[in-house]
Design a protein around this ligand. Structure first.
Ligand code: TNX
Length: 497
């Protein structure tokens, strides 16, 4: 039985296997993605080494020795006709494995990368009494349900730097996620260099919520992170959260406060107490500077402007903030994304709204915004907030949205999450991990895994192809990969480890 996560749309397995002492990547050398051959060799080499228990470098290690088995061909091919019949997704792909080796085809390199992840998961341990890894003969035609499959990481409450975020991208991409949303600013810290406002990171990034020394991403770090993500077909959506969650800025600039006095640095975990004031002369120049700087540093087409939990502001002033920030982001050449609350204000066409708060009894404002053309990302906190505890006694995370065991993250339907929301308005699904009570990278992965793979399947796989009992078997196979690569995970009793 094969174990692929997320479950592909069409999967046909045959009883035969092809032995793989090593893979040989052929026919790649793609102009648009010249790095893909090397990445494929690394990913597949590691998968073979893991199950066969041998050290295998890129390109195949000791396969040249006399008498060693012939390499198994892996062909990467761009092909408009690849993928499931009728799919229009640019990420679609096909994968065929037979006695001749593996053929990966897709209209674009992103699909080849997804095919590669599928093939990686097909590498099996030797049959009893035999030696060497093997791959079952398969035919896969696959495409994602949603084009936005994300993970949001809060680097403000605790800072996670370039190396950590690269590791997060690697894990997200392994399950075919394609968006890394970075929550870069909050009351506790300003975690991105802003060239026109260098004081922000200099003066407001030196602490976190557990007495640590914080940190921030330089523009060079942000550049390197986007490059690493792009090579794995993950786009980065950076967020500056306004007009609340803003103490890191009011700590630096007293002129953002009505009384002109900078606020104290904040290391607690309350939310909703800080705010900007629209009619102060310094406010708009501040917003223009930080959003324009961020837009310039960003390759992707989206910039997230926050907008959540502004508990101390009249609706009229809030609406003016939303309008102003949308305009600034658009003038900087990017499309705005913002948290659910912005749908209470009139929105410009094209703004993407991110649903998160499952508490409001009445979500009419969100449904109406969607009916008026807003796109919606589904991040219901009681399903995909991966900072929620697994169980009541879990040492990490919080529980305000409830406990989120693996099955809770798996067993939900985006089209049913908001009653009345038109299914056609759903842009995609995004998990989020807030880090008030998640201090280390091991802690972060413990919260992400295995639940992130569950959310990835919600975002990729058609509902008719999802199955909890099958998923809890399939996900167990990934634990070996996590152990091998030193990535922490929570051994939830719900999984058939
Ligand atoms: C709500 S989600 C928040 C965050 C917190 C998170 C903790 C959202 C848009 N706002 O500020 O970190 O809960 O789970």
């Amino acid at each position: 039985m094969v174990s692929i996560i997320p479950q592909p749309l069409h999967l046909l397995t045959r009883p035969e296997h092809v032995p793989v002492a090593r893979f040989e990547i052929r026919g790649g050398g793609l102009e648009q993605a010249p790095w893909l051959d090397g990445l494929a060799a690394d990913v597949l080499g590691a998968a073979v080494a893991r199950v066969a228990g041998t050290a295998q470098g890129p390109g195949g290690g000791d396969g040249e020795r006399t008498g060693s088995p012939a390499p198994t061909a892996v062909v990467l091919r761009l092909d408009e006709n690849a993928g499931p019949d009728g799919s229009t997704s640019r990420e679609r792909y096909s994968l065929v494995v037979d006695a001749g080796g593996a053929v990966l085809s897709a209209p674009e390199p992103a699909g080849l990368f997804h095919a590669l992840q599928t093939l990686r998961q097909l590498v099996e341990a030797p049959a009893p009494g035999e030696a060497g890894a093997r791959v079952p003969h398969v035919v896969v035609h696959d495409a994602p349900r949603y084009g936005w499959r994300g993970l949001s990481v809060d680097v403000a409450r605790h800072f996670f730097g370039l190396a950590d975020l690269r590791a997060v991208v690697d894990v997200a991409a392994a399950y075919k996620l394609n968006v890394l949303h970075l929550h870069l600013t909050d009351d506790q810290g300003w975690r991105i260099e802003s060239p026109t406002r260098p004081e922000l990171a200099e003066l407001s990034s030196g602490s976190d919520t557990s007495g640590g020394s914080g940190g921030h991403l330089s523009l060079a770090d942000f550049r390197a992170l986007q490059d690493h993500a792009a090579e794995r077909f993950v786009r980065v959506v950076p967020e500056i959260d306004v007009p609340g969650h803003i103490n890191a800025a009011t700590h630096v600039y007293g002129d953002l406060m009505p009384d002109g006095v900078p606020t104290d640095a904040y290391t607690g975990i309350e939310v909703g107490f800080s705010r900007l004031t629209i009619d102060l002369p310094s406010t708009e120049p501040f917003l223009r500077d930080v959003f324009t700087d961020l837009a310039r540093a960003t390759d992707g087409e989206h910039v997230h402007l926050g907008g959540d939990e502004v508990l101390k502001m009249e609706p009229a002033e809030y609406a003016r903030f939303v309008e102003l920030c949308e305009r600034i982001v658009l003038e900087a050449g990017k499309k705005p994304v913002a948290w659910q609350e912005v749908a209470k204000a009139p929105l410009r066409p094209g703004t993407i709204v991110q649903y998160w708060d499952t508490h409001p009894a009445d979500l009419t404002y969100l449904v109406e915004a969607a009916e008026a053309g807003a796109r919606v990302i589904m991040s219901p906190a009681n399903r995909v907030y991966l900072d929620m505890k697994y169980t009541a006694d879990f040492p990490l995370g919080q529980d305000w949205a409830g406990l989120v065991e693996v099955r809770d993250a798996y067993d939900w339907e985006p089209e049913e999450a908001v009653p009345g929301l038109p299914a056609s308005a759903i842009e995609g699904v995004e998990a989020a991990v807030w880090t008030e009570r998640i201090p280390t990278l091991d802690d972060l992965f413990t919260m992400l895994l295995p639940r992130l793979t569950a959310v990835a399947e919600v975002a990729w796989t058609e509902p008719a192809r999802k199955d909890w009992e099958d998923y809890r078997r399939r996900v167990a196979a990934e634990a070996a990969v996590w152990r091998e690569s030193g990535v922490a995970f929570h051994p939830s009793p719900q999984v058939a480890w």
